[in-house]
Design a protein around this ligand. Structure first.
Ligand SMILES: Cc1cc2nc3c(=O)[nH]c(=O)nc-3n(C[C@H](O)[C@H](O)[C@H](O)COP(=O)(O)OP(=O)(O)OC[C@H]3O[C@@H](n4cnc5c(N)ncnc54)[C@H](O)[C@@H]3O)c2cc1C
Length: 151
């Protein structure tokens, strides 16, 4: 095992792996990732792999837009296969959450997120099977996707 390093990262989840990746991209060579169990042992390995984009702040929105580009070009950017499938994501919320949802989407759309609010009639036309038909309005984003968390 490497005994010296320029950077030591504790935790081999997606955060640690991403920090290592971006440091390497910037030319740092001696990076040591310390993981107490195995890579992806924490939440990363348990994730169901939804690449969603509904986040409430400009900062997190810009982060997910950047990460989306990485997922879409994973082979070139990182190497290997992330299992990225651009299937879109439908998120259902209670009617009381509609104002906050619309506020968030307005912010996100201005930053480039492709998402919009759907009402129940559109949902029915979209042939989306919902276990909670009273859960409208929903938000749909064609840029959301599924991927393999451990990639
Ligand atoms: C069931 C579930 C489903 C999820 N689904 C999604 C989803 O669909 N989409 C999505 O975007 N997010 C999802 N998430 C959230 C996402 O998985 C986490 O936000 C993300 O994986 C966190 O990554 P992390 O690297 O910060 O933490 P972790 O993946 O938890 O990594 C931390 C690592 O640090 C290690 N560690 C801790 N302490 C030490 C130590 N002292 N020394 C050495 N190593 C240490 C742990 O073993 C672990 O491997 C889900 C989470 C769960 C639990």
């Amino acid at each position: 095992m490497t005994r010296t390093a320029d950077v030591v990262i504790v935790g081999g989840g997606v955060t640690g792996a991403s920090i290592a990746y971006h440091l390497a991209q910037r030319g740092v060579r001696k990076i040591l990732v310390l993981e107490r169990k195995f890579l992806g042992a924490g939440g990363t390995g348990r994730s169901v792999g939804i690449v969603r984009q509904l986040y409430p702040t400009p900062e997190t929105t810009q982060m997910v837009l950047r990460s989306l580009k990485i997922f879409q070009s994973f082979g070139d950017a990182v190497g290997g296969h992330a299992g990225y499938t651009g299937c879109g994501v439908l998120i259902g919320v209670s009617p009381s959450m509609r104002p906050q949802l619309e506020k968030t989407l307005t912010l996100q759309q201005a930053l480039g997120v492709r998402a919009r609010v759907l009402g129940l009639p559109t949902l029915r036309w979209s042939m989306v099977a919902s276990t909670r038909p009273d859960s409208a309005p929903s938000c749909t984003s064609p840029n959301r996707a599924m991927a393999i968390p451990s990639a």
